[in-house]
Design a binder for this molecule. Structure first.
Ligand code: IFM
Length: 449
């Protein structure tokens, strides 16, 4: 039973995807390679040795996908624009690539679905020398933001600059599991800095062309509990939250980067220039929060953990319920993390821009009974209702994801979609969770039912 607070006209129900994970057509129509195209080609990087080459073939099938969203009752769609598809190596528009998004926006408009675009969801153009380790990339991002603002801006009511910059910076440059696969903590901090600079420059560039359109950023803040009440475990948990939250939220609100983190990581001082903080701290119209799970930290034991200042305790399937990817199901963490953040930073209106579960249930006699996902979504929606009851300004909820898709280093081995995709035939089959959301959204469109 979903709380009536979620069933008002004002509350946005949406579904989310990202370009590299669904589009395919990675070299069609002048699209340039991204760092993820390169990364997928490196042996051992992707669990099933797959790539984004075809993914959900969305560039070809986008009309069907939009029709499906519409059938399921979604009136809001969050997607990302592929930078290397729409911009050539000289910084000019690639008309054939840009045309795809124009056609997508036409199709969404035809179905009365409001677009919610993200400019950067990890598929950085591979030709940008040094990637996020090079300060210049932040300025190239501003050029790209301006190009999108010119070409599509009047049709995009809401735009986020970056999706989950922690992942680009730390999974990509410290833990080495995301493109470009670096393993250097000081470089991860440099990348984080340049990403936040890109955000600020991107907001300025966007507003210079489209001053009236809502601009924000999407983060995946961490809720990290200490494994025990010991001082060592508590300070490990704090260190993890500092890396994942303070490192990104501080600059957004004009606060200095956590010195403890800079000291620990030994970032190059030359990367942080006077005035950068002012650029990063552009006023935000909204913030998107992605929530999946919590983590539990303990004091570091190995040398590598000591360099990080914390170690994560793997969730134990005997004491906690896990999704198929091994993440703990911890719905109350959503309420806790929003409360933690609002206590520490003056957040603007919030959208839950991603929430969902890996549930690899397959098709049986034409049906996909993803009961784990149904229970997961229901429990998390109850927490969204709780946040509304507590008075938080939560404006909408986007399920991750519309389609099963390319789950980064896991390839196609983890399914997050509410719609099953048969990757051999590209057949889409709405799962039980899709029908569950369809009926909820239907109720919200007709509250008297
Ligand atoms: O698939 C990803 C998405 O690209 C970003 N947020 C988390 C999802 C699940 O891992």
């Amino acid at each position: 039973m979903i709380d009536s607070l979620l069933l008002t006209d004002q509350f946005e129900w949406g579904c989310a995807t990202s370009a590299f994970q669904i589009e395919g057509a990675t070299s069609a129509d002048g699209k340039l390679p991204s760092i993820w195209d390169d990364f997928c080609r490196q042996p051992g990087r992707i669990k099933d040795a797959s790539s984004g080459q075809t993914a959900c073939d969305h560039v070809r099938l986008y009309r069907d996908d939009v029709a499906l969203m519409s059938e399921l009752g979604f009136r809001h769609y969050r997607f990302s624009i592929s930078w290397p598809r729409v911009m050539d190596a000289n910084g000019r528009v690639n008309p054939a690539g840009m045309d795809f998004y124009k056609r997508l926006l036409d199709e969404l408009a035809r179905h009365g679905i409001t677009p919610n675009a993200t400019l950067f969801h990890w598929d950085l153009p591979a030709h940008l020398a040094g990637g996020w380790l090079n300060r210049d990339t932040a300025y190239r991002f501003a050029d790209y933001a301006q190009l999108v603002a010119r070409e599509l801006g009047d049709r995009l009511p809401r735009v986020a600059t970056l999706n989950e910059p922690w992942c680009s910076a730390f999974l990509g440059h410290d833990l080495g599991v995301f493109a470009p696969g670096g393993r250097n903590r000081a470089e991860a901090l440099t990348a984080a800095h340049h990403l936040m600079l890109a955000h600020g420059l991107g907001v300025q560039a966007w507003r210079a062309i489209q001053p009236d359109i809502s601009v924000g950023i999407v983060l995946n803040p961490e809720l990290c509990d200490p494994a025990t009440d010991s001082t060592a475990d508590r300070s490990a948990a704090r260190m993890a939250e500092m890396e994942r939250n303070d490192c990104f939220l501080n600059p957004l609100f004009g606060r200095e980067w956590p010195q403890e983190l800079i000291d620990q990581m030994g970032e190059r001082q030359s990367d942080r220039l006077q005035g950068d903080l002012t650029i990063c701290a552009q006023p935000l119209d909204f913030i998107g929060l992605n929530y999946y799970t919590r983590s539990v930290a303990q004091a570091p034991m190995t040398t590598e953990e000591s360099q990080r200042g914390y170690a994560f305790v793997s969730p134990d399937g005997r004491t906690a319920q896990l999704t198929d990817i091994g993440w703990e199901i911890y719905p109350q963490g959503l309420t806790r993390v929003v409360n933690n953040l609002t206590r520490q930073w003056p957040l603007p209106p919030i959208w839950i821009t991603e929430n969902g579960a890996a549930d690899n249930a397959g098709i049986d006699r034409g049906l996909c009974d993803d009961d784990l996902r149904c229970a997961y979504l229901t429990a998390h929606l109850e927490q969204v209702a709780e946040l509304l009851r507590q008075g938080h300004d939560i404006r909408g909820y986007y399920v991750w994801s519309l389609l099963d898709n390319f789950e980064w280093a896991h390839g196609y081995s983890q399914r997050f979609g509410i719609v099953h995709v048969d990757f051999d035939t590209q057949t889409r089959t709405p799962k039980k969770s899709a029908r569950m959301l369809q009926s909820l959204i239907g109720t919200s469109a007709n509250p008297s039912h």
